[in-house]
Ligand binder design. Structure first.
Ligand SMILES: [Zn+2]
Length: 299
């Protein structure tokens, strides 16, 4: 379900590519299940519901889409592995609900190029035929990625090979639509990125600020709300875990100072929240939440 928020005069829409069910150990790393399962209930296969949210920002530099979800190039194996309902155009469908088509997007910003963020950037020409060729999903957009991220995606190692797929960006390069950037970027009035190494070497968070209000798109700099409350909780995916902790400490201080609305991309339950005083010091107070189990039938 999309949500529309106003940050000062900047209108933002939270849209989603759906829920993917992933092993709980991936997102909770070294944290024993007995500590995280009271927070997010796993299914009988130890999988937890992982949201695939994106942000649409109506900025003075055009419509900006932050991340593109898994997209529609999934095969039978992936649908089964992710426990997703085989349904195409999930993100595009939510964008339509808030009044936008793929051709309306001016800028696609990749926080990083893992497949759950970049998969939706390209699509098969014929959605049902993987031999039909690939096209950019958002034909009029410039696509922005960090140069270091592109290098790591292009030359993956044994650990990262399973999430970097050239089919998600090569068609953009071929069409001349992919632009590489270095470090923090100002994308529009009130919209800027902040590189926060940890999950990958150059993953970026996104700030929207206007009229004394602010929103922080944390992405995988802090995948779940519980990970901001407990700095030591770092996903097993993160390639630089100690830097993840320092990055979260920095972002938490910035968000506390600005009373920022925090937007969680993958948290199956917490969509947005704001920091307040709690037993652990600054803790996330939930503002928008979802029940990922509500749609689950036949489990
Ligand atoms: Zn992710």
């Amino acid at each position: 379900m999309p949500y529309t928020l106003n940050i000062g005069s900047i209108r933002c829409h939270i849209v989603s590519d759906g829920i993917q069910w992933s092993d709980g150990g991936g997102f909770f790393g070294l944290v024993p299940r007995i500590l995280w399962e009271p927070i997010i209930r796993p299914d009988e296969r130890n999988r937890i519901p992982v949201a695939l949210r994106s942000l649409l920002i109506e900025s003075d530099a055009g419509l900006i889409l932050v991340d593109t979800g898994q997209g529609d190039k999934l095969g039978d194996r992936e649908w089964r592995r992710f426990g997703m309902e085989p349904r195409l155009e999930r993100l595009i469908g939510e964008m339509a609900e808030v009044g936008f088509g793929p051709e309306d997007v001016d800028v696609v910003l990749f926080t990083h190029l893992h497949s759950d963020h970049a998969g939706g950037a390209t699509r098969w020409v014929d959605q049902n035929d993987p031999s039909s060729g690939l096209l950019p999903t958002f034909p009029n957009a410039r696509y922005l990625a960090q140069r270091v991220e592109m290098a790591e995606a292009t030359f993956p190692n044994e650990r990262t090979r399973g999430t970097y797929f050239p089919q998600n960006w090569q068609p953009l390069q071929a069409a001349g639509l992919l632009e590489l950037v270095d470090g923090d970027q100002r994308l529009a009035g009130g919209v800027h990125t902040q590189v926060v190494p940890g999950h990958t070497s150059s993953i970026q968070a996104v700030w929207v600020e206007d009229g004394g209000e602010s929103l922080l798109f944390l992405g995988d700099t802090c995948s779940w709300a519980a990970h901001l409350d407990r700095l030591a909780w770092v996903p097993a995916f993160d390639i630089l875990p100690m830097q993840s902790i320092e990055g979260k400490r920095r972002l938490r201080a910035q968000a506390l100072e600005r009373n920022t609305l925090l937007f969680f991309q993958h948290d199956g339950q917490v969509v947005t929240g704001r920091l307040g005083e709690g037993a652990r010091g600054a803790e996330v107070r939930v503002e928008i939440s979802e029940d990922p189990w509500a749609d689950v039938t036949g489990e």
